[in-house]
Design a protein around this ligand. Sequence first.
Ligand SMILES: [Zn+2]
Length: 149
Amino acid sequence: MMILYSWGTKVKKSTYLGLRPCANCDGYTHYYLFRQVRYFSIFYIPIIQFTKSYFIGCSSCMRGTQIDKTAAKEYKERYARFPTQHHLERVFEMIQTWSAKKEGKEEKAQLLQEIGKICNFSGHEEYLENLIAEIDQGKQEEAACIEES
Ligand SMILES: [Zn+2]
């Protein structure tokens, strides 16, 4: 009997790290902690698999930075209760809508309250603050460009 066996490598998403600007994609993309897995299969069934390396990067273009096991563990723990990709997409839209309003723009506290109804950023308040500031600044720059031309 012939035994079919092979070694392979695959990349697996491990932990979601939020929407972040990717220089390569030119915009916000979903960032993840990725795991590079090496596996051995017999008749296409994986028998042994082990993590070869970790990297954090953009899920669209897969560019990222390799990190060691200790750093990966820290990311996993730190982002264990981080909102999901689905929630982040909604939050992103909410901030954009809020930022687009020039007149009658509600207070940021109200926006934060609305966001709080959807998901919890506790422990990641700084990330949310930065995201709001970046989106709002981007919008202001766009508006300024339009006014100038
Ligand atoms: Zn990218």
